[in-house]
Design a protein around this ligand. Sequence first.
Ligand code: NAP
Length: 374
Amino acid sequence: MPTLSNRAAWVQAKGQPLTVAAAPMPQPGAGELLVRNRALALNPFDGVVQTLGGLVTPWVSYPAILGSDVAGDVVAVGPSVSRFQPGDRVLGLALGIDKLANRACEGAFQHYVILRQEAATPLPDGIGFERAAVLPLAVATAASGLFLDDQLGLRRPCVQTPEPTGKTLLIWGGSTSVGSAAIQLAVAAGYEVVTTASPRNFDHVRRLGASHVFDYHDANVVASMVRFLGGRDMAGALAIAVGSGAPCIDILGRCQGRRVVSMASAPSPIDDAPLARQLVWKLKRLPRLAAGFLGLAIRARLRGVELRSIWGTALLKGPLGAQIFHDFLGPALASGRFVPAPEPLVAGQGLDDIAQALALLRRGVSARKVVVSL
Ligand SMILES: NC(=O)c1ccc[n+]([C@@H]2O[C@H](COP(=O)([O-])OP(=O)(O)OC[C@H]3O[C@@H](n4cnc5c(N)ncnc54)[C@H](OP(=O)(O)O)[C@@H]3O)[C@@H](O)[C@H]2O)c1
């Protein structure tokens, strides 16, 4: 391998800002790829780990490198890698701050990153790195919620046209990044998808395969959806956007079929905590958050609905990870049956731009994924 040098956007200690500095050049171990990162995407959780790391990810070793979404070129492969070789274009889920890894060399916010082969997908030539980077964590989170047995346990997706299941899935937050992946995965598994979005994104979710879409701003949206879903055999609900647990519980509690809600987010926002002087924020928000979780548990019990929480990388603990990233996503991207969505919003051109890109994400996006090119 030629001599290469690496740089990263580090978090030196919990609650610290990002600092760009040299990083060790990682060496791929068994089953690992060394990837030259060409584009990374930002997730709301990146900002949460930066500001509230001590609370939400207390296991993280510092200095840490955050970031989950990578698209780039394979530079080297470790022993027992059978699916990739140097020169391949890939997208992949980086695990730097995840409990499964907890090591800086697997964080996305650096030029050279280690990916595990079961969390990587070959990238067809026609798809640019920025478009590909929108996918890894969104696909992983959606797949974990939809297909794991301790979540919704749905039938798994196939690359060919699936046999219809005759069941309907509710996805609350279809225009989120996770929702854009979830709609496509559920349709590829043979489910009818009914979702919510703002009217400006109705076409977006329909293009991805949703059969019906409701405006979640409508004060009567729950009643309208219950009326519409009456007589359908429900497969459950994926509650993605912040605050979507309660309406999903209310709807499933009044429908036929499976009464399980898999929830990807907290009942109230936690992505707006300041980096410094957090006491006031914590005094105000943490009791509200705790009350929100308790309220959801009571609501679910009263309506006869089971409530489960999703951890986005859970699919990598078993065979589902490779089934999704390798067996499904690679061929589905190549055939065009699965498309990268939403569109990337390129907010910078290097590691120094990640901080401003995170600030942009915090202000909110609509059916776009904030991406930084490297
Ligand atoms: N558990 C995990 O492991 C995990 C992993 C990844 C993400 N997440 C969480 O999942 C959520 C979505 O993440 P993301 O990256 O996909 O988000 P995102 O794309 O940044 O979300 C933006 C979208 O949220 C939609 N939205 C906002 N409020 C909504 C509401 N009340 N009902 C329905 N849609 C609403 C907006 O839709 P419109 O523009 O159409 O209004 C917008 O398009 C976040 O809370 C994130 O923290 C959890």
